[in-house]
Design a protein around this ligand. Structure first.
Ligand SMILES: Cc1ncc(COP(=O)(O)O)c(C=O)c1O
Length: 414
């Protein structure tokens, strides 16, 4: 039968199966047979307790319920509540605010920030760059907005961030495209858990500054900090390096309350722009505000109000930070348990510093993933490896995982 399609040309064949949802369903189906307690479901990228229930920060919950409904039910300004933007700037940079012009636009989560960066800083048909281990929606957004995505090898042979590959890719794209947008998800990268060191940041900034000084290109560096609150203290120092950059070197930061405040569904985020040039920042503010009006309009007022209330009350904020730290430490424990066992059994993994995920490289991710299901372990298979959501696995179930994964890889890869 002839295929009927009513969608416009640009929307033809747009579809995507939700891999994570599929793995989660398979884990739940198996749990019905063998019992939930015997299942390791490391698929979901959210903090879960031993029974699979979402863990939330108690002070965030309490503060949210204290907000007056006749305020939070109202519209918010398109660019976001002004104090929300001030709060975002403060909680993002802390003492490391770059010496530059900084403005922000509220977005529905970090996703909205990435959307605006791609839409407003690349042309239709342009390519943008990220590392070859990357969060899938970066690619979905390229298709959605009629752009292309290209990647560089994330790690070198020593397991360090591959500076050379990153810089070479940026330089190569700069030869064919005026604007080069590079998305880097750090600290606590999804899916590997890697965080760029301050020296690596410096090397990148030096290389991009040199490129910008030739005045032929604009560099747009997007830093996706979705997991930053789960990186150890001191992980914000790199922001200071974004001071006094050339006017054609714009840094964008994608802030999200999804993970750091356990507010995934509240869709509260922000796109921050950092530039040495006031005009660049005024333009940043104008075009991105316009795009918000032209897409989702304003953002969730309650999410913004919540951050304002925490920010205005240091005692409350300290409580939230303490509660989050507890979870961060529990994740560190889980990661150490896994990493130590991986070392013992000789299981290769991508370099991990912090965050929700650990990744195991394998060329046979699909097959190894299926094999592990026989052992009641459910992981997400990526193109180049397996993603383990340690955020979703209670500590007592982490023990033994590395051994079983190693065995499955040896069996499948031979
Ligand atoms: C790497 C990365 N960036 C950004 C996001 C954006 O999340 P949200 O739109 O919920 O803030 C996520 C969420 O999973 C992520 O993993």
């Amino acid at each position: 039968m002839e295929k009927i399609s009513l969608v416009a040309k640009h929307a033809q064949d747009k579809s995507e199966t939700d891999n994570i949802f599929g793995v989660n369903s398979a884990a739940n189906a198996k749990a019905e047979i063998v019992g939930k307690e015997n299942i390791v479901n490391a698929s979901i990228g959210a903090f879960l307790d031993a029974s699979g229930k979402l863990i939330t920060l108690p002070t965030v919950e309490k503060t949210m319920y204290s907000l007056p409904f006749d305020d939070v039910a109202n519209y918010a300004p398109i660019a976001g509540l002004p104090d929300y933007i001030n709060a975002v700037i403060d909680v993002t940079f802390g003492e490391n605010k770059p010496d530059a012009f900084v403005k922000g636009i509220a977005t529905p989560g970090g996703s909205g920030a990435i959307h605006h960066a791609i839409w407003n800083y690349t042309e239709e048909g342009d390519t943008y760059l990220t590392s070859d281990w990357f969060w899938g929606p970066y690619k979905t957004m390229a298709r959605e907005m009629m752009r292309k995505i290209d990647t560089f090898m994330t790690f070198d042979e020593e397991g360090k961030f591959n500076l050379q590959a990153c810089i070479e890719k940026v330089e190569a794209l700069a030869k064919v495209q005026k604007n080069v947008l590079l998305i880097l998800n750090t600290p606590a990268h999804n899916p590997t858990g890697y965080s760029l060191t301050d020296d690596e940041w410096q090397a990148l900034i030096d290389a991009f500054t040199e490129l910008c000084n030739k005045k032929e290109n604009n560099i747009i560096l997007f830093v996706d900090i979705a997991y930053m609150d789960f990186a150890p203290e001191g992980s914000r120092k790199f922001f200071k390096k974004f001071s006094n950059l050339p006017a054609n070197f714009l840094v964008l930061v994608g802030f999200s309350m999804s993970k750091g405040y356990t507010m995934y569904g509240y869709r509260t985020g922000c796109l921050l722009g950092i530039s040495s040039d006031e005009q660049v920042i005024t333009e940043f503010y104008d075009v991105n505000q316009f795009s918000s009006r032209g897409t989702w309009s304003n953002c969730t007022r309650s999410g913004m109000r919540l951050l304002i209330d925490l920010w205005k009350n240091p005692e409350l904020m300290a409580k939230v930070n303490a509660e989050r730290n507890e979870y961060r430490e529990s994740m560190e424990d889980r990661a150490h348990t896994f990493i130590n066992e991986a070392k013992e059994v000789g299981l290769k993994m991508c370099p991990y510093d912090s965050g929700f995920f650990i990744t195991i490289p394998t060329t046979k991710a699909e097959e190894v993933g299926l094999k592990l299901r026989e052992d009641n372990i459910f992981l997400v298979s990526l193109k180049k490896g397996l993603r383990i959501a340690i955020c979703a696995v209670p500590a007592e179930k982490i023990k033994g995982m590395a051994t079983k994964i190693k065995k499955a890889i040896d069996q499948i890869e031979g």
